[in-house]
Design a protein around this ligand. Structure first.
Ligand SMILES: Cc1cc2nc3c(=O)[nH]c(=O)nc-3n(C[C@H](O)[C@H](O)[C@H](O)COP(=O)(O)O)c2cc1C
Length: 209
């Protein structure tokens, strides 16, 4: 199966550290892997309206929701490239994930079945030197993948515990991340590691028992 990577850019500015780090990782992808890049700031999604318990969601057409939905369904690999904002994903990315809840309830999409087995990756830039402050972002992506049965990438431990999925780079102003040589080194092999299934923490504890 040809792999298709969807890079979802979630920064509120263009050409920022997160995108630079994501592009450094993407450079290592083989030529036959398709790459689609969508910048959420340039393709803003409307606020998500929760209709789950009132009526069916309708498949969007002709707008940014449709663009993101079609790109998401077409991807074998989804890369959430979000700067660390208040220790979690940016509002752009959060809104994108909120729309997944509507797509889960859109008749005919079978979104959950469709997403099972796809791979979720994360890339983030943060100003803080101690990377463990990114745990809420890592948890958001890991648990979302676990909920959907997706595979998160496991790169490194935060706080000593192996957890799924995020390439971290340090930087405050645009370009700073290019001086984070450890992050750039990790980027070179980020997409090459075989991803394990995402699990909720309580599942990991049960399997270890
Ligand atoms: C709204 C906002 C919230 C932020 N929150 C955090 C944070 O919680 N922790 C942190 O280390 N850096 C935080 N930062 C700094 C950014 O993560 C940092 O500047 C990063 O390089 C931005 O990525 P970008 O260049 O891709 O936009 C925040 C920046 C903004 C604008």
């Amino acid at each position: 199966m040809t792999r298709r990577f969807l890079f979802v850019l979630g920064s509120s500015r263009s050409d920022g550290n997160t995108e630079m780090l994501a592009r450094a990782a993407a450079e290592q992808l083989p030529d036959d892997v398709e790459q689609v890049w969508i910048d959420l700031a340039r393709h803003p999604l409307p606020d998500f309206e929760d209709l789950r318990h009132d009526s069916d969601h309708v498949r969007p057409e002709g707008d940014n929701r449709a663009l993101l939905l079609d790109a998401t369904l077409a991807a074998t690999d989804i890369v959430i490239a979000s700067p660390l904002y208040w220790y979690s994903v940016s509002a752009h990315v959060k809104r994108y994930l909120d729309h997944w809840s509507g797509w889960l309830r859109t008749p005919g999409l079978d979104f959950k079945e469709h997403m099972a087995g796809r791979t979720l990756w994360g890339v983030t830039a943060l100003a803080h030197d101690e990377e463990e402050v990114a745990e809420p972002l890592v948890g958001t992506l890991n648990h979302s993948a676990a909920y959907l049965g997706m595979l998160p990438h496991c790169l490194k431990g935060v706080g000593g515990t192996p957890i799924g999925g995020v390439l971290l780079g340090n930087g405050s102003k645009p370009g700073d991340v290019l001086r984070d040589t450890a992050a750039l080194t990790r980027a070179k092999t980020f997409f090459t590691v075989e991803p394990p299934f995402a699990r909720f923490p309580y599942d990991r504890e049960e399997s270890a028992a």
